[in-house]
Design a protein around this ligand. Structure first.
Ligand code: UDP
Ligand code: MG
Length: 137
């Protein structure tokens, strides 16, 4: 059993896609182990995406991620990290496979509905960023 951190981003919440994202995870055998809606401040968004601090999209991305409420969740299951990434699809919806969340629902490379940890290391960092152990089932 593996745990990963996923987020329905501000565009996903605005478009009413919280249930749709969770439904796709659950339909693929994954379970929700923690769940919370929050509004990130700009500095918190920058801390969450600190690995991207040198990238040209860092300012714009962290403005976007602090532009409205997000739904953070811990998702659990066998190979949960890669499974969530597969269900999400490629970062750019133009490159994402048909049937993935981003291909079906995202508008562009920045506003791509959903986040998922990309490795065991980032999953540990990202889960601890949002959830104390006592809130994870
Ligand atoms: N992003 C962007 N422009 C880019 C690449 C990424 O705005 O050229 C945004 C996008 O919202 C993406 C996030 O930055 O989801 C993090 O980028 P990463 O490369 O980690 O993609 P992900 O792991 O989310 O697929
Ligand atoms: Mg990433």
């Amino acid at each position: 059993m593996e745990k990963t951190l996923s987020i329905v981003k501000p565009d996903g919440v605005r478009k009413g896609l919280v249930g749709e994202v969770i439904k796709r995870f659950e339909a693929n055998g994954l379970k929700i182990a923690a769940l919370r809606m929050i509004l990130l401040g700009k500095e918190e968004a920058k801390a969450f995406y600190i690995v991207h601090k040198e990238r040209p999209f860092y300012e714009s991305l962290t403005d976007f991620m602090s532009s409205g409420p997000i739904v953070t969740m811990v998702v659990e299951g066998e190979n949960a990290i890669s499974k969530v990434r597969d269900i999400m699809g490629a970062t750019n919806p133009k490159d994402a496979a048909t049937g993935t969340i981003r291909a079906d629902l995202a508008s562009d490379i920045e506003h791509n509905i959903v986040h998922g940890s990309d490795s065991k290391e980032s999953a540990s960092y990202e889960i601890a960023f949002f959830f104390p152990a006592i809130e994870i089932y």
